[in-house]
Design a protein around this ligand. Sequence first.
Ligand code: ADP
Length: 600
Amino acid sequence: MFKSIRWKFITIYFTLVFIAMAIVGVFIIQKFEAYHLNVSSERLNMVAKDYILPGIQKIPPGVSLEDGREEFQKVIDRWSTGFFREEIFIIKKDFEIIATNNPGFNGENAIDELEDVLIVEGFKGQIVEKDKISRDPTQDATKNLVFPIIRNEKVEGVLYLRDNLTDIYETLNKSKRILTQATFLALAITVLLGYLIAKSVTEPINDVTKKAAHMAKGDFDQRVEIKSDDEIGKLAEMFNYLTEKLKTTLGEISSEKSKMETILNYMADGLIAVNMDGKIIHANPKAMEMLKINQEVFTEGDYDGIFEKLNEKLSLKYIKTYNESWIGSEVININESIYKASYAPYKNERNERGGLVLVIQDVTEQQRLENMRREFVANVSHELKTPITSIKSYTETLLSGALEDKNISERFLKVIHDESNRMARLVRDLLQLSNFDYRQTELSKERKDLAKLIKQSVMKLEMAAKNKNQRLEFVTEEEEMFGYFDHDRIEQVLLNIISNAIKYTEEDGEVKVHLEKEDGNAVLSVKDTGIGIPKEDLPRIFERFYRVDKARSRELGGTGLGLSIAKEIIEAHSGTIEIFSEVGEGTDVIIKLPLEENVV
Ligand code: ADP
């Protein structure tokens, strides 16, 4: 409580007024005392010098002090007839008081009654003065003045004058009391005024302090009342301005923060921030999902504990030791997924390195496409290499003399012819796929009878089936089934699927083509009793160049592109193609094709 400005104000005012009053009081009392003592001294001198001593001198020098007692008494009485205050004594050499205006002292020994030192000094011819102020209140304060009485050039006696100072000291004491009372009154007024002045200063300050405390708790709707135009008013004005500024700034920061949080929460990449001590300070939901860390592990925040297991080069320990720039990227493999983690340092508020920010991207698809691209190039080169090698070796043999032998040349030229056909087929298939990839394939759809087209395709392949002693049949309850489709392309698909069924079915087997209508779609099934496709190969069967048994397929003249082209064509017609198969039991290829144009 006493620490408050209010109390400091009051204490300072109180002390100042007290000191001022004390100084003034002491000064006045001293001056007052000195003045009265002086007045008393002047009066005694005047009495002695102007009346008594000249009176004494008038007495003839022949009359001794002893003899002239009465004469001297007369001098004193003459003076003392009116109002008088001072006591007058004439003392002769043996200290006897021979004349006085205080009858009680007449004939008494002066040494017993008066100041002996002064009397002695007087007999030495000195004029001496002394104030006798006793601490004892029963003894009166007096002013004593002694003059030597010089007659016949000798000190015959002394004139002793005494003035009672009690009145003066009483007045002085009264004055002191009045001054003390005045001081108390002044101090009381000071305390009151000090309190009021301090209040006018501290109240606005207290108001500001209280409102600042509310602000610290997050309530920025605080305004203080501006009551004056002085420094305190300015402080209140500044406080209101500061509140307003803080409110808008915090609003902006919070909106920025919420924006950032939304971005971080919904971004497709994972983001982790870690401080210099290796503690994770932020991880967005995507990062947790990618790294399969739950909130608990994140709350523990041991960055190195997580990353040392995934890729040691991403651990803070490793980066601190081996990567001066703290910038880099690494690959992380988690289960089937591949992630690229790029990192860079961030700065703290002192513009020093504050930690690391790690952005994790899912590059699984990218990697898969890259692998597919590499595989595709390798496949194409491989597929072309085989026929080119055989064409090259046969032509070389022919050139080196085999041409002479008609039989051999014919056989060799047939091989060369077959191989170049094979290459042509491959290039044709590749071109067709590339056109699909670059969306350059224009389908020329027309309203045609699908049942008729299937029948014709089956007929085209009847010979091939017959050669393998297989039963190839087309079963349908529909006499005709009109729909919008690209006749040639669908025929290409049909020939590929049915010929595959024939190719991959042993002799004496059976291939059954079935067509029906279901919800406006044509549903075509090509079912064989062939070798079937192993389960693990089924998911990849539509990939380019994918073949279950490469040697067998090549032997049978396949390029491994047939099914992928079929899939592209069917999907371009908004249809679907699926393969169901059991090894040793057979394969069933099911194609669903929308018949109506508007569906396409
Ligand atoms: P290919 O030119 O080799 O026949 P496809 O793309 O037409 O190429 O077929 C890919 C692979 O799918 C074939 O190599 C074969 O292993 C398998 N396959 C396709 N159809 C059948 C089927 N009816 N029975 C068994 N395997 C088949």
